[in-house]
Write a protein that binds this ligand. Structure first.
Ligand code: SF4
Length: 650
């Protein structure tokens, strides 16, 4: 191992935390995982390992966010992360037909226009896309993510669906056309497919830990009749069918052929741009040389600047080790590739905070007032109307409407307000962050989809990405216990995109977050963008903490801001636009940010209350914004929220 790599791995290990005592193992509550868990759940090795069950996406989150030491993980999250060790010899896979993962529809996939995917299973989604591309000679239908429970009933005509698990088994024979993806993979490659493996960070598992996991599986394989029986009692279905599935459809061995199938999947996924390049590394083997094609920081920066997808491990490596100016150069190269005409855009709009009354009490926020406070306000229509008229008079096209979580304001209040705005003024409403949407979901006891649909019908055009802060729950719960979780924030954005709305993504860092938290945040945005394509832009800034805030400042500052934005441009390879944050950093650094991956100057703002309440008060009008852009040799254009240019350069 090189000295540099050793340093990075040590830092990485320290950041994830050292553990003593029992290992924390996470499994999934699917039938095909039960043989793996049987021995452990029966008490085998209980002095060494404790086991909990979770959904696959939650399992990956726990592994990534250091809430678990070893997990029976789907293979795609492991490739996205990079650097995990796999327990040799055991897996969940198939060698031909698997029954439980199938594309179904009224027409064959060759005639499909749309395929509905279950967002929770990224491994199956990428497998689907690889197989469909292959069968359609490179053509792709439209992909749309849906909750698993909705897919079966939504499949009709040229809209097909990917069914997984019980839904796939129960739908057998119900559709005119069914494609078993295990069989389709074998037809395409001649190889078995591997869905999941036991994985852990390097050095966590000893040889005896691996043996324990292998023995647990062996006990489970011997107990398949009892497992099938217990599954029937708990979940229904037919014992013989369950036993046949465990015995004939699922393959539990990770031998040379299965490893070759897994490598082939990772290779094809990377070649298609769905995955970062990933290599298999088994626990107990000597650490391999780093990816041979990318031995140095320079080569990795070049790879990312050329549009190569990087893993979490590589992003951490760059974030820790890459010199700031070289990160900037790589991000600038990427920006130029995405926006070759050298235009920088901005929007003329106004930030309006309709209320400062809030029950969340974020520790970084000096703007809010608790319920009943003498300084609490809700804007009247006259006040809001005046602000909109001023915005229109200055050439503005949109208001960014956000506020506190005020329990006195119900969904009807927002609907009435939005209808009134739209009936009275020709202006776009970029309104309500996911945090505010969740607040309405809770107080109205409605679904996210119902709340968003009603607001959209009343006139909401798009959603700002506020309230994200850093999308790991460790950080969010330290900012405020009442904040929505990172999964809830993502879910609002997923549903908004599905309903056809465009949104932005933000990141406010610099409280208790580390580089790992910030990179995990970037990957969550990239992952949802892969799924929906609904984000128009990403904006980051650091915590402004001069006046009236309560959170202790962590890693902040101009250099870190520029590094973070540049890293975001490289990691979030699928969101087209990056805004520089001159409102928090000042016009000069905002301008420099245009050479650190940004292609947009954000908004004229007119009015800003949240960061200015904390003592940061920068302002620029359209003329000043344009002057700062041109001074760097860029052309400048106004835009709308969808980043469509509204004017040619003067
Ligand atoms: S940041 Fe927003 S949600 Fe948090 S306390 Fe301030 S107004 Fe409330």
């Amino acid at each position: 191992m090189s000295k540099k790599l050793g340093l990075v791995q040590n830092r990485y290990k320290r950041e994830l935390g050292e553990r003593d005592g029992r290992l924390r193992a996470v499994g999934v509550s699917f039938l095909n995982a039960q043989p793996h868990l049987h021995g452990l759940l029966s008490g085998m090795g209980e002095d060494r390992m404790q086991v909990v069950l979770a959904e696959p996406s939650e399992l990956a989150r726990r592994l990534f966010e250091d809430e678990a030491d070893v997990g029976l993980s789907p293979v795609v999250p492991l490739a996205i992360h990079g650097g995990f060790e796999i327990v040799p010899g055991v897996a969940i896979g198939c060698d031909g037909a698997v029954e439980s993962i199938r594309i179904v529809g009224d027409v064959p996939i060759e005639d499909s226009e749309e395929i509905l995917l279950d967002a929770a299973s990224r491994t199956s989604a990428i497998l689907t896309r690889l197989i469909v591309r292959h069968r359609l000679g490179g053509r792709e239908p439209r992909y749309c993510s849906r909750p698993a429970r909705e897919i079966t009933d939504t499949v009709r005509g040229k809209t097909l669906g990917l069914l997984i698990g019980d839904a796939a088994l129960e739908a057998k024979g119900r559709f005119a056309h069914e494609l078993d993806l295990g069989q389709a993979w074998k037809d395409m490659t001649g190889l078995p497919f591997v869905f999941a493996v036991w994985a852990a960070r390097p050095g966590v598992l000893s040889a005896s830990d691996c043996q324990l996991l292998q023995q647990s599986l062996q006990a489970g394989l011997d107990a398949r009749p009892a497992i099938a029986q217990a599954w029937m009692h708990g979940h229904g279905g037919d014992v013989a069918a369950h036993l046949a599935y465990l015995t004939h459809s699922i393959r539990y061995v990770l031998d040379e052929r299965a490893s070759a199938g897994l490598r082939e999947f990772l290779r094809r996924g990377a070649e298609a741009g769905f995955l970062p390049p990933a290599e298999l590394h088994f626990a107990g083997e000597p650490a391999p040389a780093r990816l041979p094609q990318r031995r140095s920081i320079d080569a990795l920066l070049e790879y990312a600047a050329d549009g190569g997808r990087i893993s979490l491990e590589d992003a951490l490596w760059l974030g820790h080790e890459a010199p700031t100016h070289e990160l900037g150069l790589a991000a600038d190269q990427r920006r130029k590739a995405l926006h070759p005409d050298e235009f920088v855009t901005y929007i003329v709009d106004r930030n309006v905070n309709y209320t400062n009354v809030c029950t969340t009490s974020c520790r970084f926020c000096a703007f809010y007032r608790p319920v009943g406070h003498a300084e609490g306000y809700v804007l009247t229509r006259e006040q809001l109307g005046q602000k909109i008229e001023e915005t229109l008079a200055a050439g503005g096209i949109q208001i960014l409407l956000q506020g506190g979580l005020n329990p006195a304001l119900h969904l009807e209040w927002y609907e009435d307000l939005f209808r009134w705005v739209k009936q009275t003024y020709p202006i776009k409403l970029h309104a309500l962050s996911p945090e505010e949407i969740w607040h309405l979901v809770r107080i109205e006891d409605l679904s996210v989809e119902a709340v968003l649909s009603r607001l959209r019908a009343a006139g909401m055009d798009s959603l700002p990405g506020g309230g994200a802060e850093v999308l790991t729950d460790r950080v969010r719960s330290k900012i405020a216990k009442a904040k929505c979780t990172s999964a809830e924030w993502i879910e609002v954005m997923r549903v908004a995109h599905r309903l056809g709305m465009r949104t932005t993504a933000t990141m406010m860092f610099g409280t208790s977050d580390t580089l790992l938290d910030r990179v995990l945040h970037m990957l969550k945005i990239r992952e949802l963008q892969d799924e929906t394509g609904g984000f128009t832009a990403f904006i980051c800034w650091d915590y402004q903490h001069d006046v009236g805030t309560r959170a202790v400042a962590g890693e902040t500052g101009t250099a870190l801001y520029l590094r973070t934005q540049a890293l975001a441009r490289l990691v979030i390879d699928n969101v087209p636009n990056i805004q520089t944050s001159w409102v928090t950093q000042g016009p000069g650094i905002g301008q420099v940010g245009l050479r650190y991956g940004a292609n947009d100057m954000g908004s004229t703002m007119f009015e800003e209350n949240v960061v200015s309440s904390a003592g940061t008060t920068f302002g620029m009008d359209a003329t000043q914004i344009e002057r700062h852009v041109r001074a760097l040799g860029f052309k400048v254009a106004r835009r709308n929220m969808r980043y469509e240019r509204l004017s040619e350069p003067a």
